[in-house]
Design a protein around this ligand. Sequence first.
Ligand SMILES: Cc1ncc(COP(=O)(O)O)c(C=O)c1O
Length: 396
Amino acid sequence: MNKLANRLDHFSDSIIRRMTRIANQYDAVNLSQGFPDFDPPQPLLDALKQVADHGPHQYEITWGSAKFRQLLAQKQEKLMAMAINPNENILVTCGSTEAMMCAVMTVCNPKDKVIIFSPFYENYGADAILSDAEPIYVPLIPPTFEFDKQQLRAAFEQGAKAIIVCNPSNPCGKVFTKEELDYISQLAIEFDTYVITDEVYEHIVYAPYKHLYLANFPGMKERTITCSSLSKTYSITGWRLGYIIADKDIIDGCKKIHDFLTVGAAAPLQQAACAGLALKQDYYDNLTKLYTHKRQLFLSGLDKIGLSYYEPQGAYYVLVDISTLNPFKTDLEFCEWLIKEVGVAAVPGSAFFKDSDPDTTKYRYIRFHFAKKEETLLDALERLSHIKEKLLCQSH
Ligand SMILES: Cc1ncc(COP(=O)(O)O)c(C=O)c1O
């Protein structure tokens, strides 16, 4: 047979999503792929039942249902402190996954350079490859995951067409400070670079950290493509609803890509999700409280077990340092062992680093998420409490 497209040679299936499949096979507690095991808010469930009887069941307007865009504009206008026209500045997508791919494809020509902070959310590598763009990786340096200003400037100096900023960040849980965002903005303006943000964890930030929208920084509105999602905010990762907010010219470009990529997000689910977009501020305050509690529970459990980690400032992940524990060659082997012998699934940290990074960097971590019911987290912690004795048996 004739060979399939060359682009397939440059990336694998998602390791994150692969870990879920392996976890299911071994009935492990799945703390790998980040999704809740608890229900979405009741108003969304009620609305979903209504939709079954009353529709819509056919194609929505390709850019997203008018009601959805209206409610989203109202919600985000308040948060982002800027005017958002639902007809001109919003595109509803199939998750932030499509939003990000659409944004990179809208901005980049083949061989254009895209700056990506590392460790990075796995999808960005594929976004760049499928757009024929070339990533320039800039490290976020533990334990605080700050970037080196000179290194970032040097990346811009290579003529980057865009920079991707995941804030709050997956996997490291970094929340970018005002000073850092100011610096990124200044460089973006100086080098005429687009900024593509991924803000799916905008409502999951732990005090005293604060989430700030890059689009709202001086001079940034016209060059920022804000991507986000309802997946994490309303615990509906399976509904596949996301969006892009940007200036009209950019949205018009994104609309073309979206039109032929997916036609549109699921009409019944957009309708039901409107019940979420209409929720009041107390919903978001309670969401923060809920995750603050889960974070505390899970991290104090890791402390008791004696696993070392970097404390997340936002999002619902924690990077655990396995460098002194891992008897295997790679972090993937460690995670496979963890699933089979301990009964807990994590994502190997190498999914968040580029292949050419040294083994000491890319095999050093595993990532757990804590978007689970309290009982699930306690079950996982109980299983993990045997990790050291099981590792001892393993090495004998
Ligand atoms: C940073 C980040 N962006 C995007 C996504 C995917 O979002 P969606 O479900 O909206 O496609 C995830 C999911 O884990 C994520 O962590």
